[in-house]
Design a protein around this ligand. Structure first.
Ligand SMILES: [Mn+2]
Length: 427
């Protein structure tokens, strides 16, 4: 059976179910999934509740068993957890590596069984919702936002969902310069910071290039952004960039362009929207995040984004004031850094400072969150070795990985970290 047929078949599971509990992950993909399923179940006239979690624990399974819903739907989470103690009927809509640890009471819809790697949790949830009712196609933007949050490529099934969003008029696609900061940075800064022209490596050379093609950098005394350019000016700029690249011997210009996915009604790119959803999760504003996902406004988006930036600033200041950075830095931040931010703080340190490897620890309820970042070590191997010793869960890749280890293992873990003199080197 094709994956899509399998998804469509799975929707029969809702028949005769009155009260459904949605359990979803706390990141952009999980919040998007929960929003899609909420709206879809509402349309079906079902009673439902939403629970957003960071992980599936035994306590959570117990909570579900006690609540005894007619059905529990796990979205963007569940596939890699042990659900064998679950006593109610369950449906997994997930894209994580399947472990198949459950009984006959659980049905798993996971594109990984079909070697479909691009789909995210929200993509699976969207396909499920679309099959329930074509009216749910207006939720397609959430299927895409979740995929972007999980850094999934816009190919295959994701591209199909993106086409749904475009056909519904919710997302407007355009070919555009592959530049970050189109609405926030001045034009000349955008051009040189994004390194799309080999010989433009300073603000002044960028200004010179733009003056040469008669693009006004300022309007009413204010710097213009790329978003401020007229269509004519944009065409002029693109052809000048290509000409300049050809002069410099470039033959392929694919990386100059990117597909721009704009939500006109919101006045934001879908990438920015996804970043805001992620911020809701990091700030522990789960249910506000689900609400925002279904009814986004730019005002709320800007407020949350600002709050998110300020939290990062606060934790970076704590790091700079309290931690002596060295080539191999271990930071036990305990309660000083929110576990949702320890990863991003470590990423920023390794990017901006003369640090080869940084291991950050932060208290996370009855777990310890570990974030590992390195310029040369294999962090995935490293955190997995910790989980092998102390239990918990790990994820990530060579440059950036993370783990959660039971708090009860704290002393042993710290002893182990103190002993480390070398880390697995990446091949
Ligand atoms: Mn996901």
């Amino acid at each position: 059976m094709e994956f899509i047929d399998f998804v469509n078949n799975a929707s029969k599971i809702l028949n005769g179910k009155n009260y459904i509990k949605i359990v979803s992950h706390y990141d952009a993909d999980g919040l998007s999934s929960a929003a899609i399923l909420s709206a879809a179940l509402e349309r079906e006239g079902k009673m439902f509740s939403v629970r957003i979690v960071k992980r599936v624990s035994n306590e959570l399974i117990e909570e579900i068993n006690n609540e005894n819903p007619d059905l529990v739907i796990f979205s963007d989470i569940g596939a890699s957890y042990d659900l064998s103690n679950l006593k109610v009927q369950g449906l997994i809509l997930d894209h994580h590596k399947p472990k198949k640890l459950y009984g006959d009471n659980v049905l798993e819809v996971n594109p990984m069984y079909y070697n479909i790697e691009e789909l995210s949790g929200s993509g699976v949830s969207y396909l499920f919702a679309k099959n329930l009712n074509r009216m749910n196609m207006y939720l397609s933007y959430l299927g895409i936002a979740g995929a972007i949050g999980d850094i999934r490529p816009m190919v295959g099934m994701n591209y199909m969902i993106l086409c749904d969003a475009e056909n519904m008029g919710i997302v407007k696609l355009s070919k555009s310069l592959n530049i970050f900061g189109t609405s926030t940075r001045s034009i000349h800064k955008s051009i040189y910071l994004n390194e799309i022209l080999p010989n433009i490596n300073s603000e002044s050379s960028s200004v010179q290039f733009l003056s040469g093609i008669d693009i006004d950098l300022k309007k009413d005394g204010k710097w213009r952004t790329l978003d401020d350019l007229t269509e004519d000016e944009m065409r002029k700029l693109v052809s000048a960039i290509i000409e300049e690249r050809i002069r410099n011997g470039f033959t392929n210009h694919d990386d100059v362009f990117a597909m721009r996915m704009r939500i006109p009604k919101l006045g934001m790119d879908i990438n920015e929207f996804s970043t805001v959803l992620n911020a809701f999760g990091r700030l522990d504003k789960y249910y506000e995040g689900v609400k925002f996902a279904l009814n986004p406004t730019k005002k709320v988006a800007m407020k949350i984004y600002k709050e998110y930036r300020m939290s990062i600033g606060k934790y970076m200041r704590w790091m700079r004031q309290n931690v002596e950075l060295s080539d191999f830095t271990i930071v036990d931040a305990r309660d000083n850094i929110n576990p949702n931010f320890i990863g991003i703080v470590c990423s920023m340190i390794i990017k901006s400072e003369n640090v080869g490897t940084i291991i950050g620890l932060s208290n996370d309820g009855d777990m310890i969150k570990i974030s590992a970042r390195s310029k040369f070590g294999d962090m995935s191997k490293f955190v997995n070795s910790l989980v092998d010793k102390f239990g918990g869960e790990a994820g990530g890749h060579m440059e950036a990985a993370g783990a959660s280890i039971p708090m009860s293992k704290r002393e042993e873990l710290l002893d182990e970290l103190k002993k480390i003199s070398s880390i697995p080197i990446k091949k």
